[in-house]
Structure formats: C-alpha cells, structure tokens
Design a protein around this ligand. Structure first.
Ligand SMILES: O=C(O)CCC(=O)C(=O)O
Ligand SMILES: [Fe+2]
Length: 415
C-alpha cells in the first residue's frame, strides 16, 4: 500500500470529534443543531460479497434549486437535433452491435448467440442486461450439440412501473398531501459533519430535481449501456441493478473502461445537470467547512470533477457489502478526491467505518434527496448499504415518476 494511503488509514482511526457538528442552511441564516439521523453499530444482516469497489460561491447555498430544469442530450453520439430517447436506441449505426452478444458470466437471460444455458431461466425483468428491444421477443437459440432452446429475451430493467404493472393506489388524505407539499417547498438543507472529510447534506436535492434524476435514470437505464445485474469474479451476484455513466466499472476485473465488456455498450455520458448538482454539493460543503474554521477546507475535502457515475438501483431486499471505493486512479485516491453520493427513493441504512468489521461500523439513514460526500482522509472508508426501508420514498415522487419500490443511488467519482 502506498505510504500516503497508509497515513490516511491511520488517521481514520482517530475518534471522530465531528459527529455533533451540524449546520443548517436556512436561506442565509445558518444555525446549528444536532444530528438525528444516525444510529450506531446495529448488526448487519447477510451481505453480498464485498465488492472491493473502489475501494464557489456561497450564493449557491441552500436547497439544490431545481438545477436539473434544462435537460440536455446526455449521451455520446446524440446529435443536437435529436436528443430524444427514441433516437438513442436506434443502433444501426452503433459501434456496439458487433459486441452485444458477447455474454459475460454475470449476464442472465437469453440471446440468440448465448452460450450461457445455465443462466437462461432467471427472471428477465430483474436480472437481464438492457437490450435494444423494448418488448420481450421469442428467440430460438442453439446451444451446443443439437440443443435447441426457446426463451424470452430479457427486457431492459426499468426502475419505473409501467401501466401494466397494475398497481392500485389508494387516495391520499388531505393531511398527507399538505405534509408533502411542505416537504417539497422546504429549503431546510441541513449539514452533518460525520467525520473529517465526510459530510452529509440532508434534503439537499429538491423534489423537482429528484423527479428529474429518476426520469433521466429511467431513460438511460432502459437504453444502451443501461441497467443490468452485475456479478463478481466468483459468480456471485450483486444485490442490485447497476448502470455506469462516463466510464464503465467492471466488478469482475475491477477496472474502469470505455466500453462494457459483456455487450460492448458505451456508457452514456454523465448529464451536465448531474454534474452541476455535484458541484453545488461540494461548494456548500466547503462553505460549511469554512465556517467551522478547523483547518484548510480544501485539504479536508478536495475539489473534484466527476467523470464517472455509478448508478445503483436497490429493490427493497437490496444491499451492498462493506467495501472501499478504490478502483479509481492512484492519484485520485491519494489526493482524496471525494465520492459524492445522491440518494433518491426509499431510505437506506448506510454503514461506514475504518475496517471490515460490521459491528464497529457507524450507521446513518440516507433519505430521498440526501447527498453524502466522503473524501480527504475519509476517501477510503469501508462503507455499504445494510438495508432498504420499504415505503419510505416520498409518495408524491413515487406517484409522479412511478418509481418502483426501492432506492436509486448515484455515486460520482473522478478517475
Ligand atoms: O448505495 C450507496 O449508498 C453506496 C453505493 C456504493 O458504495 C458504491 O456504489 O460504491
Ligand atoms: Fe462504494
């Protein structure tokens, strides 16, 4: 391990004096309050294998003020005249076509060229990688000696419900509607300083921006390079659906690459709107740290410009084992360039600590609209998602976007 990393790890072992230090952005009147969303050392349940996954101004302060209003064409190869989803999937000119059928061990579902007979029967909706077709299609494939197989081509994973899901929703009470309206309009961003280099911006992403995030991720997720259920080298599957933006992270090789190995898809670009929100989160965190006057804010939390975003969708049984995010470049890790994480949908219990010991990990509840940042000497903390709290997503968000039960998480990094 390089000496600097060792030093970081040693520093991580210092007791945190920072936990009670919170700060509220209420328009321009900051005040202090204590953390309420955190509990300690609850034992974690069964985990998926550790992934080893990597393991400016104060006027911008306050709630993310609907930064995502203007949707831009966010995918490579989209002409300015045709930013629509419909065009994105017309892949006749796509360089990916030739690669699409090279299946990886972690690809479930069928393809006409599929050599993976063993995986064929997994649920296409939950396990399959995205395909170009939006509806399932019967395919006949030949696997080995005279084996003739017919199966359904997996549909791309859609984080939102379709009408045919047939979910009947009950009428909301007036009280519920008013509470939600209040929540939507709230500008009560609240900052928690969890430990050196680790900041939680509660309720940072406005309701409007949360809706946009879901909509954009839904569109990207059903297109080329969209959601699939990844697995590790040993064949174990992650308990989530994943899509990468900017660069592809491969859990098997633990490398970042320009194309996805199993289907050759080029990851969509990170939408500029997402980058703006990341920038704003870092600015507001710096403003907070400046007010603390505990040392150099830029040393505690270095600046970063994301070129990678890993989008995870956890169903209610989803989880992610304790791991470090350390597959980014050595420079990025040594400089402590932060990971910035957005949470949307159902809440999650997030664990973090200095080692792999789940019992010693701290726990914090990440709710819809929260932004968690860990950089500097916290860059290499062990962290993971213990559990998802069902039915905790804002019901107006679920209603408006048709987001499926579960949690959307976006982690931004600089390679
Ligand atoms: O879902 C989360 O909050 C954490 C995700 C994460 O750690 C990762 O994608 O590396
Ligand atoms: Fe991570």
């Amino acid at each position: 391990m390089p000496p600097l990393l060792l030093r970081n790890r040693e520093l991580l072992l210092k007791p945190s004096l920072y936990r009670q230090s919170t700060f509220r952005f209420a328009s321009s009147h900051p005040n202090f309050s204590s953390s309420s969303s955190k509990k300690k050392n609850t034992k974690m349940g069964d985990r998926v294998p550790d992934s080893g996954r990597p393991g400016r101004s104060s006027s911008a302060r306050g709630r993310g003020s609907d930064t995502l209003d203007k949707l831009s064409p966010y995918r490579d190869g989209c002409s300015s005249a045709s930013p629509t989803v419909g065009h994105r999937n017309k892949s006749s000119a796509s360089p990916n076509v030739g690669h699409r059928n090279k299946l990886s061990p972690y690809r479930d579902g069928c393809s006409s060229a599929s050599p993976n007979v063993g995986h064929r029967n997994s649920s296409p909706q939950t396990d399959g990688p995205p395909q170009r077709n939006s509806s399932p299609e019967r395919l006949t494939s030949s696997h080995g000696a005279n084996a003739q197989e017919t199966c359904l081509e997996p549909r791309p994973f859609d984080i939102c419900r379709t009408v045919s899901d047939g979910v009947v929703r009950l009428q909301k009470s007036l009280l519920e509607i008013n509470r939600e309206k209040k929540r939507e309009q709230s500008v009560d961003v609240h900052v928690e300083h969890l430990r050196p280099g680790m900041i939680l911006l509660k309720r940072f992403i406005s309701y409007h921006d949360q809706v946009k995030i879901v909509q954009i991720c839904q569109e990207l997720g059903i297109g080329e390079g969209g959601f699939y259920r990844p697995g590790y080298r040993d064949g174990a599957k992650l308990n989530l659906q994943m899509m990468c933006l900017g660069k592809n992270w491969d859990p098997e090789s633990r490398l970042y690459e320009d194309r996805r190995l199993f289907d050759g898809a080029i990851p969509p670009k990170i939408p500029d709107e997402f980058k703006k929100l990341v920038e704003k989160g870092l600015c507001d965190s710096h403003d907070f740290l400046k007010r603390q006057k505990k040392g150099s804010y830029i040393e505690e939390l270095p600046w970063m410009s994301p070129d990678i975003c890993i989008v995870n969708f956890y169903s209610n049984s989803g989880k992610l084992g304790l791991h470090q995010d350390r597959d980014e470049s050595i420079e990025s890790r040594q400089k402590g360039l932060p990971v910035v994480s957005f949470s949307v949908g159902d809440s999650a219990w997030f664990s973090y600590g200095d080692g792999r010991d789940v019992d010693k990990a701290e726990k914090v509840l990440l709710e819809s609209g929260d932004v968690l940042i860990f950089g500097g000497e916290s860059r290499l903390i062990f962290h993971g998602v213990d559990s998802i709290e069902p039915k905790t997503a804002p019901s107006n968000l679920v209603e408006e976007t048709k987001l499926k039960p579960g949690r959307l998480n976006l982690t931004f990094r600089q390679y």
